[in-house]
Design a protein around this ligand. Structure first.
Ligand code: MTE
Length: 321
């Protein structure tokens, strides 16, 4: 049984949710008033008692288009969902698609911990649903020098964080992927220390570009892209985009991150896309868009400098790579 904690915003949903979202959630009603009454009688106040989030590949409803669009051709869904890094399902680019095929993500809870006023275990829908889903077309640049352009669907992480009421001690936000070798066969091999972990400084987490992502191309995330909930931080290398998140912790100290822990000289905490700072084994000056033949120049902050360079004005980005 799911452990429920009081969720002030869930109770106040109709006050805080844009009308269209609220109505659409009601459109998901599956079993109607009887189930609701039954659920309440049984002590269940969870979302699962009466609503269904779309399964992987099903269309999400009420997505608002956003102004975030680099105006470049988007990478076809077929490529975005078949050329992946998700070591929990194998290290080959084609393995996550086949090995994560039957990965079950319902129910899915996220533990909120650390320096905030609203710790507890939440159904992931309860974290996301009070907010307007947005489509954001972002450049997606992997440290391995391939790139894509992806129409993600999600909600600003800042909106979710604000509801959790971090305290003044919360200087960083740490994220953790599910650790369950029975469901994630790649975790039976020590290619990384499990679970996969990532982190952001609080101002990075609150930056309007940072997206808590639930879909792409209008559909709920396929398992290989990090269902049901992942991070997308478009000015950073792709490895900051932790998949299948089960825990978010507000911390005072900088949290460990998987790739930094695995090879600290190669992967920094910040991982801002920077054509001037080479990876020790290859240049980061150029990238190859999946599906294209010629390479193109990599842009500082992946082209999002205007939005984020203020976050790093006093920092030497060669040192803090
Ligand atoms: N998250 C987890 N849990 N495990 C991983 O192996 N790989 C990262 C990131 N998130 C990874 C992860 C890396 S290296 C990249 S480039 C992106 O996911 C790839 O995202 P995509 O497959 O959706 O393109």
């Amino acid at each position: 049984m799911l452990i429920k904690t009081p969720k002030s915003w869930a109770l106040k949903e109709c006050d805080t949710t844009p009308e269209a979202v609220f109505k659409q959630r009601r459109h998901f009603l599956k079993t109607g008033a009887a189930a609701l009454a039954g659920g309440l009688a049984g002590g269940l106040i969870g979302h699962h008692a009466f609503a269904a989030w779309p399964k992987a590949g099903e269309m999400l409803a009420n997505i608002q288009k956003s102004g975030f669009d680099p105006g470049e051709a988007t990478t076809p869904l077929k490529e975005v969902s078949s050329y992946n890094n998700f070591y929990e399902f194998g290290t080959g680019k084609d393995e996550p698609m086949s090995q994560a095929k039957d990965f079950k993500t319902d129910p899915w809870t996220v533990e909120i911990a650390g320096a905030c006023a609203k710790p507890g275990r939440y159904d992931f829908e309860d974290l996301v649903s009070p907010h307007q889903l947005e489509e954001r077309i972002y450049r997606h640049r992997c440290v391995e020098t391939w790139s894509m352009v992806v129409p993600w669907v999600g909600v600003p992480l800042a909106d979710v964080i604000k509801r959790l009421e971090p305290t003044s001690k919360a200087r960083y936000v740490a994220f953790e992927t599910l650790h369950d070798p029975a469901r994630m066969p790649g975790q039976n091999r020590a290619v990384l220390q499990w679970p996969y972990v990532e982190g952001l400084r609080m101002d990075e987490a609150l930056n309007p570009l940072t997206l808590l992502t639930v879909g792409l191309y209008g559909q709920a995330l396929p398992p290989q892209n990090g269902a049901p909930l992942r991070l997308v931080v478009p000015w950073k290398y792709g490895f900051k985009g932790i998949k299948s998140i089960v825990k978010i912790t507000f911390t005072e100290d900088q949290p460990p991150t998987s790739w930094n822990r695995s090879a600290p000289h190669e992967y920094g905490f910040y991982a801002n896309v920077n054509p001037e700072v080479s990876h020790p084994r290859w240049s980061q000056a150029k990238e190859r868009r999946i599906g294209e033949f010629f390479k193109q120049d990599t842009l500082p902050f992946n082209g999002y400098g205007e939005e984020v360079e203020d976050l790093y004005t006093s920092m030497d980005l060669h040192k803090y790579f």
